[in-house]
Design a protein around this ligand. Structure first.
Ligand code: ATP
Ligand code: MG
Length: 150
């Protein structure tokens, strides 16, 4: 059993101790009630970190990345929203495929294997959940993960 506020707080804590080279604002909205789910904490942590890393990696200096947790009927909802470079509409259908990266076409010096989203999706689905992504090029990206509440 995992309490999601605790899991996210710990991720946020670790994040804030890293040097913030990009001067991003990180904003967190956590509820004041516990949200319990069943699962493997290390895997779920990995899924959230992959999405959070993307939000930071693909958001230019002085941008904002927002992490929020809420509950809607039987679902826990984790949202990570950035106002970064966004994803072209034609790439969106492929974004969860292994090794798919938009960035070979982009000028940003961001490294990566194109695995973060594929791994996050695999983890979320194996917990009975779903991950969805919405994005507008040059405006930002919003990733939503839903997980069944215990
Ligand atoms: P890795 O996560 O393996 O280090 P990666 O970040 O390139 O590498 P994914 O996390 O799977 O791989 O993301 C796939 C592609 O989707 C990225 O290369 C990037 O082009 C695009 N992408 C993912 N998240 C965002 C985001 N928040 N904003 C803009 N583009 C994104
Ligand atoms: Mg990534």
């Amino acid at each position: 059993e995992i309490e999601l506020n605790n899991l996210l707080l710990k991720i946020v804590d670790d994040y804030l101790t890293q040097p913030d080279a990009q001067h991003l604002s990180l904003v967190f909205h956590l509820p004041n009630y516990p949200i319990n789910i069943l699962g493997e904490p290390n895997l779920l942590r990995q899924a959230v970190i992959n999405i959070l890393n993307n939000g930071c990696k693909y958001t230019p200096a002085d941008g904002q990345v927002e992490l929020s947790l809420l509950k809607q009927s039987h679902w826990a909802i984790i949202k990570i929203i950035d106002n970064g470079i966004g994803i072209p509409a034609e790439d969106l259908p492929y974004i969860f495929e292994r090794f798919y990266r938009v960035d070979k076409k982009r000028s940003r010096k961001t490294g990566g294997f194109g695995l973060g989203l594929a791994i996050a999706q695999q983890i979320i689905q194996s917990h009975g959940g779903q991950i969805t992504i919405k994005s507008v090029l040059k405006e930002g990206t919003s990733v939503q993960m839903i997980l069944p509440i215990k």
